[in-house]
Design a protein around this ligand. Structure first.
Ligand code: NAD
Ligand code: UDX
Length: 440
């Protein structure tokens, strides 16, 4: 079967490689020339090593290629997956310009096509978008009718960056929203080699499942952060509290790590988009407000701790380790490093930043701060350091590195270091939800 994936981003490439591994011939269409060139040379345009390895193998085998020619790519394909970005506008609404542009290209293909094709929206879109906006663009442009002349499905993606391919090959569930049985059955068949639970719904329900999932994850994180902030002020270790709370299967242990808040291209955007949708129907979305309010404040918890420890941040040199929105990715979309560093600078601190992979992406967002080429260099002469992203290499920091600091204080903004090990290496350890014993 030939499958076309529009958009060679995290979702598009993971989808393309997944279908390639299942034995289909895949073409990935993207308007970004650099991405197309990267894919055709077997390289992932972003840091995702296992995905890149399989991508390179499939490109060599001739099973996967990329093209700037969206129409040509879709023409020969029985399934067309739309995986373009749907970023936040300042109102919180999603920007669907790329989705509409991709749909217009697909409509042109449908117009000339004699065979039945299934169009699948995989981008995250607020409930009703597929059934109204996408459908209308496709029907008007093709002069054909969805459900009769072509299929229309909504198939949300649940992958996490850093494990994109594994999550696509072994998803927790596959949601197949369909305009009718025929295209739903066809998509079920395409996914049949993957044994995960399959849930069949209409288009709107599929869209809503994605939001309900991400809002719950975001809610767990804001809950963990609120508990941790209260624990810190009480001198209680929040990890002990949240690990114990998470043993209750009704609560569950995952996504209870306190930190500097949730970033990335999905959680903040999706909570805002659902809130905006709710508001447009005169529903206030109080929980959504609270989840976002906690998240907005959370990066400043690190400055709050540092002000307690150092007295002031004025002219203090602070090393910020990790600039991506989490460890093991080079994606800086909505990274908490932005408000964290902005807050430090506003308090008069001098910031030296370091990230193993994301620095070149981050420099575009914050060109004027100082950058170091290693964690060791960032720590040189620092009055404190803040771990902003959980990169594994920060676990290996020890006496040799901490001794370069003017004042060896570590604020673990992701609670992933072991306090006793940091103390053994000669630094004072503080964390979100963790104040060392015998502190006031
Ligand atoms: P991305 O920004 O990494 O990639 C999108 C790609 O689409 C870009 O390469 C862009 O050039 C291309 N594109 C834009 N308009 C196009 C057009 N008209 N024709 C062809 N190509 C076009 O995006 P992403 O992170 O993969 O996210 C895609 C969608 O999936 C979003 O709706 C997002 O919310 C959702 N999602 C993302 C993740 C994630 O972890 N990144 C997880 C689940 C769902
Ligand atoms: C998220 C969802 O997990 C995924 O299912 C969806 O498809 C896309 O959005 P991702 O953006 O890759 O995936 O990031 P995720 O691993 O969820 O982390 C998001 C943010 O939350 C990061 O900034 C991370 O540091 C933070 N986080 C995560 C916490 O602060 N605590 C946790 O316990 C988990």
């Amino acid at each position: 079967m030939r499958v076309c994936v529009i958009g060679a981003g995290y979702v598009g490439l993971a989808t393309a490689v997944m279908f390639g591994k299942l034995g289909h011939e895949v073409v990935c269409a993207d308007v970004d020339e650099r991405r197309v060139r990267a894919v055709n040379s077997g390289k992932s345009p972003f840091y995702e090593p296992p995905l890149e390895k399989e991508l390179s193998r499939l490109v060599k085998k001739g099973m996967l290629k990329a093209s700037k020619d969206v129409l040509g790519s879709a023409r020969e394909s029985a399934f067309i997956f739309i995986c373009v970005q749907t970023p936040s506008l300042s109102s919180g609404r999603i920007d669907i310009r790329a989705l509409k542009a991709a749909s217009r290209s697909v409509a042109k293909v449908l117009r000339k096509s004699e065979d039945y094709k299934v169009v699948v929206v995989k981008s995250t879109v607020v409930p009703s978008t597929t059934d109204t906006v996408v459908r209308e663009v496709l029907e008007v442009g093709s002069k054909k009718t969805a459900g009769r002349d072509f299929g229309l499905c909504m198939n949300p993606e649940f992958l996490q960056e850093g494990s994109a391919l594994k999550d696509s090959m072994e998803p927790t569930r596959i949601v197949i929203g369909a305009i009718d049985k025929r295209c739903g059955n066809a998509l079920m068949k395409l996914y049949s080699p993957i044994s995960s639970d399959k849930i069949r719904t209409d288009l709107r329900t599929a869209e809503m499942i994605k939001y309900a999932s991400n809002v719950f994850l975001a809610t767990k994180i804001s809950y963990a952060n609120e508990m941790a902030n209260i624990c810190y002020r009480l001198g209680i270790d929040s990890d002990v509290v949240l690990n114990a709370a998470g043993k209750d299967p009704r609560i569950g242990p995952l996504f209870l790590k306190p930190g500097l808040g949730f970033g990335g291209s999905c959680l903040p955007k999706d909570v805002k988009a659902l809130r905006q949708k709710a508001r447009s129907m005169q529903y206030p979305g109080r929980l959504l407000n609270a989840v976002l309010a906690v998240n907005d404040e959370q990066p400043f918890e690190a400055s709050f701790i540092l002000k307690e420890v150092l007295g002031t941040l004025e002219r203090r040199r602070i090393a910020v380790l990790g600039l991506s929105f989490k460890g093991n990715v080079d994606d800086v979309r909505e990274t908490r490093a932005i408000p964290l560093i902005a807050g430090l600078l506003a308090s008069g601190a001098e910031v030296v930043a370091y990230d193993p992979m994301a620095a070149s992406n981050f420099i575009e967002l914050m060109p004027t701060i100082m950058y170091a080429s290693s964690a060791k260099e960032a720590l040189d002469g620092a009055d404190a350091c803040i771990i902003q992203a959980d990169w594994p290499e920060f676990k290996r920091l020890g006496r040799k590195e901490f001794s370069r600091m003017r004042n060896p204080v570590v604020v673990d903004g992701r609670r992933f270091l072991v306090p006793a090990e940091v103390e053994k290496a000669g630094a004072r350890y503080y964390g979100i939800g963790y104040k060392p014993a015998n502190e006031p």
